[in-house]
Design a protein around this ligand. Sequence first.
Ligand code: FAD
Ligand code: SIN
Length: 546
Amino acid sequence: MRIETDILIIGSGIAGLRFAIEASRFAEVYIVTKKDKAESNTNYAQGGIASVISPDDDFELHIRDTLYAGDGLCDEKVVEFVIKEGPKEIQKLIEIGTEFSKTENGRLHLAREGGHSRNRIVHAKDLTGKEVERALLNKICQIDNIHLLENHFAIDLITEHHLKPKKLKSKKINCWGAYVFDIEKQVVHTFIAKCTLLATGGLGQAYLHTTNPPIATGDGFAMAFRAGAVIGNMEFIQFHPTALYESDSDYRSTKPAFLISEAVRGFGAKLRLKNGEEFMHKYDPRAELAPRDIVARAIDFELKKSGDKFVYLDLTFKDKEEIINNFPNIYEKCLEKNIDITKDFIPVIPAAHYACGGVVTDLNGQTSIANLFATGEVAMTGLHGANRLASNSLLEALVFSQYAAYRTEKILKEKLYNIPEGIPDWVDTGKLTTEEKILISQSRHEIRDILWDYVGIVRSNERLSRALHRCKLIHEEVKQMYHESKISEEILELRNLINVAYMIAFSASLRKESRGLHYNIDYPQKDNLNFLKPTLIQNPAVLQDF
Ligand code: FAD
Ligand code: SIN
């Protein structure tokens, strides 16, 4: 089927939905999403949204905390822009029906998280993402000119690459929509759009241990890379310090590790070694409330020293009722595993959580490809630098989605698009054998192991070179499988995962220093002279399948 529309949005998390609501004022909007409409990283967000609300807080403090966490690589004008928009975005979420937690006197309840010098996390108990996603989806369902299609998997962006003969007169690449696999009907549709938004979220599933749900296979990063967009800072992968450790978990499963929110440490919880000793004060004067890179590295160091599999998070000295009232979801989930967090220590380990890098955009979410926008976790806006401050990502998604929509309004009004004749439909002649299915699943496991072992919390030149070498081999195998197989979600995700793994390992090998989330034992110091800048990469074989 061929569908022509004003705007195509790929992804139905906070970024895609916020953009859709704004764009529906002036355009016909299609949203395609690869699974159920609510299935997204957004839906699992716990802690909340950072915003300056409290009378004892101000923009300067939030800006300072964000810059400090970002370790020299934040874009200061972006930081200022996003933080100043924060309170308005919270107000908009409230207007569309989001129910945030309140204090007894009816004000927003503000929690604390690592790296924040004030209480400024707006939240809905410990289920903030679920509540925001519910409210946004509820609003979307009331808008007639938004069409939301579940089980629709975007394969590739449509660019000059697909025209026959390839029209590559100028270096500027244009995006005219995407090829989208309809999983239920098993056919590929051609979506032709004047503007396209990538809102495909994160890539945690490229790592063996992650807090991210199975949808987070980095599809948007890979699609943009293949199309020739500029991609930045892929080496800065954030590891959340406290994912629940489960001794019986199937390590091959794509099921995410359950997160124990940073708000639990903000509430006063202590990290302890297996023998009960506290250790964070040895690493940072802010102890448990130091930024995530510091806490995750400290845990990693202690685990390597002791040989233990986990450390403990201890809340047992806090009031039982307050614990249950603030963290009902964490309390229930842990209880299912026979851990009563009001009485027992919680076993925790770090897990891959968030991609600070991504598709490079300007203040309007515009990428280096004409009429292609990227917002949310897939984008690199300059807000996070070398390390994201807790709860700044939902905020970033809201602000940039709104401004990207403003920009597309101008593009549509002024007709700043030029969709060519002759965009072909997709042809799929491949077959999928049982043997290929097995190989696809094994390659996926290999990639997750490679990134975890060689491009994890602590890196070295030797480990990075191994990772790159192995990624190249797997890429060759996947490329062949992809060209010979029938289209399936499995082969598409594998193709994206190997693209993303390569980008992370390659970017990490370019940064010969340690900064923020990137720690290389061969270069333990910061090198401001050579590396006080983002790592930018672009597919060397633009318009070929990497
Ligand atoms: P997502 O919410 O992940 O949405 C991506 C969408 O794209 C999904 O609908 C997905 O199905 C779809 N998609 C992906 N690929 C394709 C494709 N090929 N075709 C079609 N559709 C596709 N951040 C905070 O600021 N505060 C928090 O408290 C917080 N807690 C978190 C807790 C957890 C457990 C996790 C995992 C993350 C947390 N984060 C938090 C990070 C934050 O949730 C994410 O960065 C944010 O939700 C990303 O929003 P998004 O809209 O960009 O992507
Ligand atoms: C958390 O609740 O710890 C996650 C917050 C975040 O990732 O910003």
